[in-house]
Design a protein around this ligand. Structure first.
Ligand SMILES: NC(=O)c1ccc[n+]([C@@H]2O[C@H](COP(=O)([O-])OP(=O)(O)OC[C@H]3O[C@@H](n4cnc5c(N)ncnc54)[C@H](O)[C@@H]3O)[C@@H](O)[C@H]2O)c1
Length: 461
């Protein structure tokens, strides 16, 4: 019998194994090999003021308890990479609320471990209120590019023996990970101009290794965090952006123009790589979700946007002005062709974005994502996640002033190079194919954000 698993995980890490017994066993959180020691990327990480030692993190492994059984089989998981960040943590919360077992991988490079505690608190309260059992929730503090990722994937895999037509036996992997949502990336436009190579390394090179590793463990249901920035200067058309404004095939609209920074290029390259991978291997089911401007947070006020890096998006800056951390908001450009002269963006509630991921996972699993059914390139399909309507900078300012009952000082500044006047999503494809409809408007986004900020920071008097 050929007992060699026919898999070459990645260039750095051959997992061809003639010794299945050496696999890490059931309780991955307590598997010391899975810590990030030996990561090739440690030097990039900030020293972490880890509020919890690893043993305490293990307590967040919320194994199923009493009450009703969870809807998901208890040995199946969704892997969320970058799952303690802003959008990731809300998506993890929604996945758990929907009964999915979740594995989170995050190296805490742009988040704090308190997020883990807060998600756990919220999901336990949710399950208690509904009389349901908490799904499984595993956390691994890892750089997703590190070799430890192979061990992690292996620890959630079973070896399966198959027999081919000639009677020869083969060992392959069958994973208990039914889908992967990949949020982990660096995301600052300005920082990407200063540190392009780190951005290409994390956002592009890391993705390539990850895909190889997932393929080796027969995990092919993949959801990728893309961005409206991939549309580049096509946003200037003044029309809602449609997914077909940027495709990765040879159709006339496929080309991209005016990608304004390395960050935007990393998202464009990543999508192109994903489309090529799906075209070459029919087992892939890949969805790229092009987020417009996720804002707001869970209404509990326990979860929000609290990055280590400096916030550069409009709403986090507005809340800093409200709390006195910044003196005023700089408004870049007051002469755009918009209703009040300030730039228009499409703000979408982060919980709507989170629900978009669950819709995409289900859509992939139902095997809609094939060339024949979706008209995509192989098993690759892009969807916009936006609200479908535009808000000017001044309207955004007013939305927060309204809920905070305070005025926000603004300073008028000139246009920045590379900025566009309006960028709004067409959400028609996501509505039609995923059945996804954004529920919340800008007023709810502002109310939820202010609720979080009030709880997190004592406002300046
Ligand atoms: N927030 C937005 O406005 C926005 C808009 C469009 C697209 N996106 C994309 O969505 C994704 C999530 O965005 P976010 O706002 O939640 O960002 P975030 O920085 O809050 O979350 C990213 C998470 O990934 C983790 N991470 C980064 N590199 C990692 C690595 N190598 N290994 C393990 N973990 C790593 C970080 O610690 C962080 O928790 C990103 O890919 C981003 O580019 C965000």
């Amino acid at each position: 019998m050929d007992t060699t698993a026919e898999t070459e995980c990645c260039d750095e890490c051959s997992t061809s194994s003639s010794s299945p017994a050496s696999l890490p066993t059931a309780s991955p959180l307590t598997t010391p090999e899975l810590s990030d020691n030996g990561s090739d990327f440690e030097s990039e990480l900030e020293p972490l003021p880890s509020p919890l030692p690893l043993n305490d993190v293990n307590r967040h492994n919320t194994e199923a308890r009493s009450c009703q059984p969870p809807p998901m089989p208890s040995n199946r998981f969704v892997l969320v990479i970058g799952g303690l960040g802003y959008i990731g943590s809300h998506t993890v919360l929604e996945l758990l609320r929907a009964g999915h077992n979740v594995i989170v991988v995050d190296n805490l490079s742009n988040c704090y471990e308190t997020v883990l505690r807060n998600v756990t608190t919220l999901i336990e309260a949710h399950c208690q209120a509904n009389g349901t059992s908490p799904p499984l929730f595993h956390f691994h503090r890892l750089d997703y590019r590190s070799r430890a990722m192979c061990l992690l994937l292996e620890s959630y895999s079973d070896l399966v023996i198959t027999i081919d037509a000639s009677g020869k036996q083969h060992m392959t992997y069958s994973s208990r990970i039914t889908g992967v949502i990949h949020f982990a990336a660096y995301k600052s436009v300005l920082d990407s101009i200063k540190r392009p190579l780190q951005y290409y390394q994390n956002n592009v090179c890391g993705l390539v290794s990850l895909l190889q590793r997932l393929d080796a463990y027969a995990i092919h249901n993949f959801i990728f965090s893309s961005s409206a920035t991939v549309y580049g200067s096509k946003a200037n058309s003044g029309l809602p952006l449609r997914e077909d404004d940027l495709t990765h095939d040879s159709s006339p609209c496929s080309s991209t123009v005016g990608l304004s920074c390395p960050y935007a290029r990393t998202k464009y390259f990543a999508e192109a790589i994903l489309a090529d991978a799906a075209a070459a291997n029919p087992r892939w089911r890949i969805v790229a979700l092009r987020y417009f401007n996720p804002v707001g947070c869970d209404p509990s006020g326990l979860l929000g946007e609290s990055p280590r890096a400096e916030a550069t998006n409009l709403y986090p800056i507005l809340s800093q002005v409200l709390t006195g951390a910044r003196p005023a908001l700089d408004v870049f450009g007051t002469d755009w062709k918009t209703r009040d002269g300030t730039a228009i963006r499409d703000y979408v509630h982060v919980l709507d974005v989170a629900r978009g991921h669950i819709a995409a996972l289900g859509w992939n699993t139902a095997d809609n994502n094939t060339s024949e059914k979706s008209g995509g390139a192989g098993g690759f399909r892009a969807f916009n996640l936006g609200s479908g309507s535009g808000t000017t900078v001044l309207e955004a300012v007013h939305s927060l002033e309204e809920v905070a009952k305070k005025s926000i000082p603004v300073r008028w500044a000139g246009r920045r190079p590379g900025d566009v006047g309006a960028c709004v999503a067409s959400t028609e494809r996501a509505q039609r194919e995923l059945g996804w409809v954004p529920r919340e408007g800008i007023a709810q986004c502002a109310a939820d954000l202010w609720n979080f900020v009030r709880k997190a920071v004592k406002p300046a008097q």
